[in-house]
Design a protein around this ligand. Structure first.
Ligand SMILES: [Zn+2]
Length: 418
């Protein structure tokens, strides 16, 4: 198997609190052979090794978006677009959006709700190499109440028996994770309000019991305080949104519940909209600071926060992950911690920490090369030069253009380093 050596001015192995100047990562097939200081890595190269050099760039683990909906098109009305599309059209759109994720340096994406198990079909097509895209973890149809949040995706259940049946059905359909709508949500016309719980604590416990019995984690969509409390007691693995909404439309972060989230090591994915700045501008700086306070508190408290975008909902475009991450920069979270949220910590939340989220021998070759230094400014993460997803090389069109202009053909082509 031919080796590929990527060298860069800087390497973040993960966690990102430390970096190495003049780094390199060596790949064989879909696996990392070695990563670290260039001279140490060079010792592992074999004759015939291909070399790609990026002296002005940073190489880091491929990014992870823990919350996307490939079945939604991020247009003004993704629900109508979905319900008006047949499966073939929907799957084609999903494949295009998976490629947009890859263009943005995302090598793993967790899809938290589709229709008809299409994300499983796309996941398998990507892993077989038929379609370009990130590794996908698929939830398939989220469990919800009759006419509850996202009922149109096909996951309506009522009572324990139907809950167990739906969890088993999703598992048999190839789901990697069980998604449950613990509260209402904004996307569903006529459904419960986002603060309202949809299931009792006992019902959520049945979801978790059945999923864990089948070896699957549970992701709970929960905006309202009551739904968050029920999800914690039920023992879910990740809480999505966690916006602490009350009936009055304010947010009420409960310190007792926060302590439980930390003690139970539940990961929280805010799935905050990439266009959060427009929202902040609309409500004004004072109101924005008030609404962002719970997130600031969670970030300070030691909760394991992970990156997500809710890509697919209106104007949450695929590849908006960096904009979502900049929200945490705005709140004063150190950049190395933010990068960890989208790499090593996200991998841990998704039970993938053995395989991805860091650059180390034996890990899957999920690698991102960006111009500049993301530790000096997250904006550098937008300057994607090269993506390796499971060892498969992907160069975004934007980078291909700058390569053609800047690099002599010989610079990126095969060389001997062994
Ligand atoms: Zn969502």
């Amino acid at each position: 198997m031919n080796q590929l050596l990527i060298t860069a001015g800087r390497i973040l192995l993960g966690p990102s609190s430390t970096h190495i100047d003049d780094g390199a990562v060596l790949v064989s097939g879909d696996t990392i052979v070695a990563a670290g200081a260039r001279n140490d890595v060079l010792a592992h190269t074999e004759p015939g090794c291909q070399v790609m050099e990026f002296p002005d760039a940073t190489v880091l683990p491929g990014l992870i978006d823990c919350h996307v909906h490939l079945a939604f098109d991020a247009g003004p009305d993704p629900v109508t677009t979905l319900t008006d599309s047949d499966d073939a059209a929907l799957l084609l759109g999903m494949a295009g959006r998976a490629q947009q994720l890859l263009d943005a340096g995302i090598t793993t994406a967790r899809d938290l709700g589709d229709r008809g198990g299409l994300s499983v079909r796309l996941r398998d097509a990507i892993s077989e190499g038929a379609v370009a895209g990130p590794r996908i973890l698929a939830a398939t149809a989220p469990l919800t109440t009759p006419k509850g949040h996202c009922w149109f995706l096909g996951g309506e259940v009522e009572g324990d028996k139907e809950i167990r049946h739906k969890v088993r059905q999703n598992a048999e359909g190839g789901a990697d994770v069980i998604k449950v709508m613990a509260t209402g949500g904004g996307l569903t016309r006529g459904g419960p309000s986002i603060w309202q719980p949809q299931f009792t604590t006992e019902e959520l416990t049945v979801v978790v019991e059945e999923a864990h019995r089948l070896g699957l984690p549970v992701a709970a969509h929960a905006h309202g305080v009551q739904g968050i409390a029920a999800a914690i007691t039920a023992g879910v693995d990740t809480i999505e949104h966690c916006s602490w909404m009350t009936e009055e439309g304010t947010s009420d972060l409960r310190e007792d519940l926060l302590a439980q989230i930390i003690a139970k090591q539940i990961h929280v994915c805010l799935a905050n909209h990439p266009n959060w700045r427009a929202f902040a501008d609309r409500v004004g700086p004072e109101k924005a600071a008030e609404l962002f306070a719970p997130t600031r508190r969670m970030a300070e408290s030691g909760v394991q926060l992970v990156a997500g975008t809710d890509a697919g909902i209106p104007r949450a475009f695929f590849g908006g992950l960096i904009s979502s991450l900049e929200f945490f920069e705005h709140l004063g979270v150190p950049r190395h911690r933010i990068i960890d949220m989208a790499t090593i910590n996200a991998a841990s939340a998704l039970r993938l920490s053995i395989q991805t989220g860091r650059l180390a021998a034996g890990c899957r070759a999920d690698i991102l090369v960006v111009n500049g230094d993301p530790l000096a400014g997250l904006d550098a993460l937008r300057a994607v030069q090269l993506v390796l997803a499971g060892g498969r090389l992907h160069i975004p069109d934007s980078a291909a253009l700058s390569w053609a202009q800047q690099r002599p053909a010989s610079a990126e082509q095969a060389d001997f380093c062994g």
